[in-house]
Design a protein around this ligand. Structure first.
Ligand code: 5RP
Length: 255
């Protein structure tokens, strides 16, 4: 089958962003391993550098069964929170990124574990091609909301009451998509979201919502690959939940 040139070009951008992020990895680090087609390039690169001993003593915690499987197939060492409850650096993709470096994630269904990884990471580096940049979250696509099956209809009605048109995510075989935790995903189409923080608060209060795809104030670095080159955007003030006593700690000079 002939290669799709536009796909090739897109994959080159994803790879460029991923490789740039991997340059931030140092021997001895514990890494948070994201999920998705952009992150795959980072994992392949990391495994290659480990094999060639350009990096040593690296271990990762995977954000999905898919990433875990890929890591094992590449011989990439994995660890657990029981052994390493803190992560030095997480690399992950995103679906939509706004000018404040807030994001929507979860098109790949791994939002719950991805958010957990980010919340215990000293540094979070998001990698994406320029198509993921968005003037306002919700402009490009839906907000994924992971719900327990018991509450699915209730949370669907709640999301509709907030103005979203809601669809239950389906798998390729026509059955409802199940997350790694065997939950369901409601894709909530809000259109451009005017107050993502307010929406996040509302969703956080819902007992039936396990997690949602609004990732606000969680990222320290965003690496965007575009046709004109790579941009490394950094957030000046962090609000990482690993260090609540220092919510404004500035890490911009770390690298
Ligand atoms: C999975 C995610 C992914 O990081 C996001 O969907 C980006 O994926 P891709 O790099 O394939 O576009 O949030 O839950």
């Amino acid at each position: 089958m002939a290669n799709d040139p536009s796909m090739d070009a897109l994959n080159k951008l994803k790879q460029a962003a991923a490789y740039r992020a991997v340059e931030l990895v140092k021997s001895g680090m514990v890494l948070g391993l994201g999920t998705g087609s952009t992150f795959r390039f980072a994992l392949e690169r990391l495994a290659d550098l480990l094999n060639r001993k350009r990096l040593e003593n690296i271990q990762g915690i995977a954000s999905s069964f898919a990433t875990e499987k890929m890591a094992k197939s590449l011989g990439f060492p994995l660890t657990t929170f029981a052994i390493h409850p803190k992560i030095d650096l997480t690399i992950d993709g995103a679906d939509e990124i706004d000018p404040d470096l807030n994001m929507i994630k979860g098109a790949g269904g791994a939002l719950l574990k991805e958010k957990i990884l980010q919340q215990v990471s000293r540094r979070v580096v998001i990698i994406a091609d320029e198509n993921k940049l968005s003037p306002r979250l919700g402009t490009h696509g839906p907000l994924p909301v992971e719900v327990i099956p018991f509450a699915c209809r209730i949370e669907e009605i709640f999301l509709q009451s907030l103005g979203a048109s809601v669809s239950l995510r389906m798998d390729v075989d026509g059955s409802p998509y199940r997350t790694d935790q065997s939950n369901l995903i409601l894709d909530a189409h809000f259109g451009p979201i005017s107050a993502p923080k307010n929406l996040a608060v509302l969703l956080n209060e819902r007992a039936g919502v396990v997690e949602h795809g609004l990732f606000l104030d969680t990222t320290s670095d965003v690496i965007i690959a575009g046709t004109k080159g790579i941009k490394h955007l950094r957030r000046g003030v962090l609000n990482l939940q690993t260090n609540p006593s220092k919510p404004g700690h500035d890490r911009t000079n770390n690298h």
